[in-house]
Ligand binder design. Structure first.
Ligand code: NAP
Length: 286
C-alpha cells in the first residue's frame, strides 16, 4: 500500500485557525500580537518569503510591520532599528530575513533581537534553551516537522530517527527536538561514510540537505516516516525536495510532499511563536 501523504497545507490550516482564535482573545484583552519583518536588500526569493509572512500575519489577525531597507544599509543602522523594535510594545516578534548583505554580520543582528521577541529561535540563548529543555522559541522549520510527525500519531519513544543535515537552523535543532521526544537520534552530514546504512535503520528520516534524490527508496526501511525539508528544482524546473517521492511512497508508511509539506508549516510555526510571545507578554506585563 502506498504511503500516506502527510498534508502540511491541511495541518497548517488547522493550526492557523487555532492561532487566529488565540490572537482574537489577545486582541480583545488589548494585546494584538505583532510581528515585525525586516528585509535588507533586493533578493527576489526573500521578497516573496517576507510577503508571504506578512500576508499570513494579516490572515490570522496579527498586527504586522514590513520594514524594507536598501542593500547598502549600514550594520549599525540595522542594529538601531532592532533596538527600536525591541522597545516597541506593539511588537512581540522580530524576524530579520536572511541572507543579509555581506557587510552585515548576521550573528550580531540575531543576538541583538530581544530573547522575548526571538520568534525565529535562532539566537544562542534560544539554542541553549532548546539544548537544556527550557521553555523558549523553537526554530520554525524543525518545530513544524515535529508537528507533522506528531500528526501521524506515532510515539517516538523507542524509535530510531535519522536526521540528514546538521545546519544550525534545521538539522541540529531537529535532532534535539526528536531527542526531547524520546527518539534515539542519529545525525548524518556530508562526511557520513554510508548514508544508506544509517537511513535503512530509521523509523523516521528527516532530510534537510538541499540536494535532490539524496534519499532513494532502497535507503528507506519499510514502514518508515519520511519528512522532506529540502527545496530544489528538478531538470524541468519544477519544485522538488531531497527525497525520491514517487519511489519512497511505495516503501514508507508516511511521507511529506514538496511542495505542500514542510513549507507551509514553517510560516505556521512562526505565527505560533509570535502568538506565544504575545501571550507571555500579557501574562508578565498585562
Ligand atoms: P544547509 O545549511 O546547506 O545544510 C545542509 C546540510 O546537508 C549540511 O549539514 C550538509 O553537511 C548536509 N549535506 C550536504 N550534502 C550531503 C550529503 N551528500 N549527504 C548527507 N548530508 C549532506 O541547508 P539548510 O539551511 O539546513 O536547508 C536544507 C534544505 O532545506 C535546503 O534545501 C533548504 O532550502 C531547505 N529548507 C526548507 C525550509 C522550508 O520551510 N521548507 C526551511 C529551511 C530550509 P555538512 O554540514 O557536512 O556540510
Amino acid at each position: 500500500m502506498p504511503a500516506q501523504q502527510i498534508d502540511g497545507v491541511l495541518l497548517s490550516q488547522q493550526l492557523r485557525a487555532e492561532i487566529a482564535e488565540r490572537a482574537a482573545r489577545l486582541t480583545a484583552a488589548g494585546k494584538q500580537p505583532g510581528l515585525a519583518v525586516v528585509l535588507v536588500g533586493e533578493d527576489p526569493a526573500s521578497q516573496v518569503y517576507v510577503r508571504n509572512k506578512v500576508k499570513a500575519c494579516c490572515d490570522v489577525g496579527f498586527h504586522s510591520v514590513l520594514e524594507k531597507y536598501e542593500a547598502d544599509l549600514t550594520e549599525q543602522a540595522l542594529l538601531d532599528r532592532i533596538a527600536a523594535l525591541n522597545a516597541d510594545p506593539a511588537i512581540h516578534g522580530i524576524l530579520v530575513q536572511m541572507p543579509l548583505p555581506k557587510h552585515i554580520d548576521p550573528h550580531k543582528v540575531i543576538e541583538a533581537i530581544s530573547t522575548t521577541k526571538d520568534v525565529d529561535g535562532y539566537s544562542v540563548l534560544s539554542a541553549g534553551e532548546l539544548m537544556t529543555g527550557l521553555e523558549g522559541f523553537r526554530p520554525c522549520t524543525p518545530y513544524g516537522c515535529m508537528k507533522l510527525i506528531e500528526s501521524t500519531g506515532v510515539d517516538l519513544r523507542g524509535k530510531h530517527a535519522v536526521v540528514i543535515g546538521r545546519s544550525n537552523t534545521v538539522g541540529k535543532p531537529m535532532a534535539l527536538l526528536l531527542l526531547q521526544a524520546n527518539a534515539t537520534v542519529t545525525i548524518c552530514h556530508s562526511g557520513t561514510a554510508d548514508l544508506g546504512y544509517h537511513t535503512r535503520q530509521a523509523d523516521i528520516v528527516v532530510a534537510a540537505v538541499g540536494r535532490r534524490n539524496t534519499l532513494s527508496a532502497d535507503m528507506v526501511k519499510p514502514g518508515a516516516i519520511v519528512i522532506d525539508v529540502g527545496i530544489n528544482r528538478d531538470d524541468a524546473g519544477k519544485l522538488c525536495g531531497d527525497v525520491d517521492y514517487a519511489g519512497i511512497r511505495e516503501v514508507a508508511s508516511h511521507i511529506t510532499p514538496v511542495p505542500g509539506g514542510v513549507g507551509p508549516m514553517t510560516i505556521t510555526m512562526l505565527l505560533m511563536n509570535t502568538v506565544e510571545a504575545a501571550e507571555r507578554d500579557l501574562a508578565q506585563r498585562g
